[in-house]
Design a protein around this ligand. Structure first.
Ligand code: F6P
Length: 370
């Protein structure tokens, strides 16, 4: 069993409901094994900030908060993150890393568990490479981490989105309007696709799959001619447009021009990052938090906790990051260097599985949404 005196835990990038449940699980599991826990405030920026501060009280208040069992009481139900979050470009610089290492040294932080998305995992792998074993936990509403079927926050954000679309439908129906609704997702269409199907949207446009705009306009027009009053057209955040304006706004204008249907544009944004986490997110976050500590104790680091086929697994971070690039078609020369042909084949199979499942859902929406 690997020995640790103290581990640090942080949340980084966009916050997501369920992060607190993971913080609680990591803290209590570590404490149960006799390991101290410190909450690093504001993500990687907290590790950097503590290096420059000499007053221990300020360090405790602003950067490094010791966590005991009581300090994580009653947070499993809460959205946001009690450790706060930020995006910290300085951490990717040699100076930033030096400061982070100084903090770990000065405050005897032997290992770090980092909750967030791919940027967070890059930070965790950098720390591991500099001698601080680190583990990632996927926390982002976007569900855009290819190595895992579910990220913490996705299910909660999805349910919040669904409720909001249901509410939009009420007013769409009363006024016989089409409401074109953009759903957050940073270029990843999971939130838009799943909420669109579950809310009965008439069309769904997502960044991953070419959208037949004319067909969609015809479909909406025909539905109106057949007597349908309220309609919801969903589009994912990050659909490219020549003008740089949101795609949904442009679609709304085209729809009005082609059909004369009274149409509004609406955006579902940061509101879905808040709110109480769902049961599913709380359970997954708890399992991942416990397993992250268990992995550290077993001497394993530089992994990200994933859930695939209902099992929590630890996937090598470098593998997860390369897999992500493969899935998103952003691989550059040399990105696959160091991986065996078996690993590359595994990545391809994973991409194939994920995209075919995604496409099946999308195709289903063609027949079902009308
Ligand atoms: O990654 C989560 C996310 O909410 C995306 O869906 C969105 O594009 C982005 O973060 C918004 O970032 P910010 O909170 O910095 O505006």
């Amino acid at each position: 069993m690997a020995q640790f005196r103290k581990i640090g835990i942080l949340s980084s990038g966009g916050d997501a409901p369920g992060m607190n449940a993971a913080i609680r699980a990591v803290t209590r599991r570590a404490l149960s094994q006799g390991i101290e826990v410190v909450g690093i405030l504001g993500g990687y920026a907290g590790l950097i900030g503590a290096a420059d501060e000499s007053d221990p009280e300020i360090v405790k208040q602003q950067y490094l908060r010791p966590l005991d069992s009581h300090s994580v009481s009653n947070i499993v139900t809460r959205g946001g993150t009690i450790l706060y979050s930020s995006r910290c470009p300085e951490f990717a610089t040699p100076e930033g890393m030096d400061k982070a290492l100084k903090t770990c040294h000065d405050y005897e932080i032997d290992a770090v568990i980092a909750i967030g998305g791919d940027g967070t995992f890059r930070g965790a792998t950098d720390l591991t490479n500099h001698g601080i074993p680190s583990i990632g936990i996927p926390g982002t509403i976007d569900n855009d981490i290819t190595a895992t079927e579910q990220t913490i926050g996705f299910d909660s954000a999805l349910n919040t989105t669904l409720h909001m679309i249901d509410d939009l439908r009420d007013t769409a129906e009363s006024h016989a309007r089409c409401i074109v609704t953009e759903v957050m997702g940073n270029g990843c269409g999971y939130l838009a696709l799943y909420s669109g199907i579950a809310s009965g949207a008439i069309t769904i446009a997502i960044p991953e799959i070419p959208f037949d705009e004319e067909y969609a306009i015809r479909k909406i027009h025909n539905a109106r001619k057949a007597g349908k009053r309220g309609m919801i057209a969903i589009c994912g955040e990050g659909l490219p447009t020549a003008s740089g304006r949101p795609y949904g706004e442009e679609f709304k204008e085209k729809l009005i021009e082609a059909t004369g249907i009274d149409t509004r544009f609406n955006k579902i944004g940061h509101i879905i990052r808040g709110g109480n986490p769902t049961l599913r997110d709380r359970l997954t976050a708890t399992q991942m938090g416990v397993e992250a500590v268990n992995n550290l104790l077993q001497g394993r680091s530089n992994v990200v906790m994933c859930v695939n086929e209902n099992r929590i697994t630890a996937v090598d971070i470098n593998f997860a990051l390369a897999l992500d690039k493969m899935y998103k078609n952003t691989l550059k020369d040399g990105d696959l260097e160091g991986f065996t042909s078996y690993q590359i084949a595994q990545m391809k199979a994973r991409c194939e599985f994920r995209s075919s499942k995604f496409e099946r859902f999308y195709n289903m929406s063609y027949d079902i949404c009308m």
